[in-house]
Design a protein around this ligand. Structure first.
Ligand code: PMP
Length: 391
């Protein structure tokens, strides 16, 4: 119902962050209005209820990704913090000089920079699986890279700038054959596709709440229990301890060991409400609808000869990145905004992807189940409008 510049808002930037369903807003308001107190501390009823709701959210996440236990779910600030946590608490302690970490050319900076920092500190080697000009990973190159020094394979499931769905199961199965740890960046897949951590053979999985219709400032780190147990804490202080004396501290069991300080209580509860909402619609229904939306949009875009789609993998989801001949994406974005259409322009935190294609930036339209076919038509008309102006 929102208008932007006098036009009905067409929000096509869900890959950056999603809008929030009323039930999520209500769940947060309900906490603050009716049962707010700090968690894990008070013996009084308010604190017990908020603790229960917080832990219930952990259970909802556990079920959503088919984890074995809710102890495998750690709440963080987001995908970025989750990856940093793994690099810090696993990488720093279990990798040594000459070990290798494999990521890909299409990673978000959040899955590159923490590993570069670790590589500097531990003298480990960071390798990148290359991709072709469709935005598909070159698996043969990956197989050649694998060796006994490969300790971590960390991969994006769905690329946030190309839309490629990577064959992560196949890649992780190979990585497991040589005993590497596998990490799935599910930031762009958790809201669009069914994820079962055991089927995908991942040891860790990360995502942000704000991309799956939940609040900002909350995220998830899933980790296999045996790994989480042997890892050192990421941050230390209150709430992550069993006992503190002047001489030593005994840490809490997982997941508490990784949740130092007062947590984002409303974030976790809002995320739980968001996942419940998705479950109530049904992920298979969402996937079916979004697939139709994506196909409709792609077919329409392909009818416009001046548009070049960046990312033409066979398996794609949720977004279209494109460039227009002789028009800078920022100009596209600015004109779109005047038309009420919100898209993202830039490098999308994937500078190496832009370098691969020899372009400074793209315009990215990304879709969610709340988008309509009518909105796709507005998007297509907006592209034609921009082309006309620059003609
Ligand atoms: N990975 C991918 C694939 C992403 O799209 C994003 C967000 N754009 C991130 C990681 C980082 O997420 P956040 O900024 O919420 O930590």
């Amino acid at each position: 119902s929102k208008e932007m510049n006098g036009k009905p808002l067409v929000f096509l930037d869900s890959a950056a962050s999603t809008q929030k369903p009323q039930v999520v807003i209500d769940a947060i308001a309900d906490l603050y209005s009716n049962y707010y107190a700090n968690i894990h501390r008070g013996v009084y009823q308010l604190s017990q209820v908020s603790t229960e709701k917080y832990e219930e959210a952990r259970e909802i996440v556990k079920n959503y990704i088919s984890a074995a236990s809710s102890d495998e779910i750690v709440f963080t600030r987001g995908a970025t913090e989750s990856i940093n946590l793994i690099a810090y608490s696993y990488g720093r302690y279990f990798l040594s000089e000459g070990d290798e970490i494999i990521v890909s050319e299409m990673e978000h900076h959040a899955n590159i920079v923490p590993w570069q920092q670790l590589a500097k500190e531990k003298k480990v080697v960071l390798r990148y699986i290359p991709m072709d000009d469709n935005g598909e990973l070159l698996l043969d190159e990956f197989y050649k890279m694998l060796n006994t020094r490969t300790k971590i394979v960390s991969l994006v499931h769905i690329s946030n700038s190309l839309g490629t769905i990577n064959p992560v199961k196949e890649i992780f199965n190979k990585a497991k054959e040589i005993g590497a740890i596998t990490i799935l960046d599910a930031s762009q897949s958790i809201q669009h596709t069914k994820i079962n951590v055991n089927e995908l053979n991942c040891d860790f999985l990360v995502f942000s709440g704000h991309k799956i219709y939940g609040p900002t400032g909350i995220g998830v780190l899933y980790g296999k229990l045996d790994l989480l147990k042997k890892m050192e804490p990421y941050q230390t202080g209150g709430d992550m301890i069993k006992s503190v004396t002047f001489e030593r501290t005994i840490f809490a069991d997982v997941p508490g060991k990784f949740e130092a300080g007062t947590q984002n209580i409303e974030g976790a509860i809002g995320l739980g409400a968001a996942i419940k909402y998705i479950n109530s619609i049904g992920l298979p229904e969402i996937m079916k609808y979004e697939h139709q939306l994506m196909k409709y949009a792609t077919d329409k875009v392909l009818e416009i000869p001046q548009v070049k789609i960046i990312g033409t993998a066979k398996e794609k989801a949720s977004l279209i990145s494109f460039i227009l001949e002789d028009v800078h994406p920022h100009d596209v974005g600015t004109i779109f905004d005047k038309l009420g259409v919100a898209v993202r322009t830039g490098q999308h935190c994937t500078e190496p992807v832009m370098r691969h294609f020899g372009i400074p930036a793209t315009t990215r339209a990304s879709f969610a189940f709340y988008n309509t076919f009518e909105e796709i038509n507005v998007f297509i008309e907006s592209i034609k409008y921009v082309i006309n102006i620059f003609d």
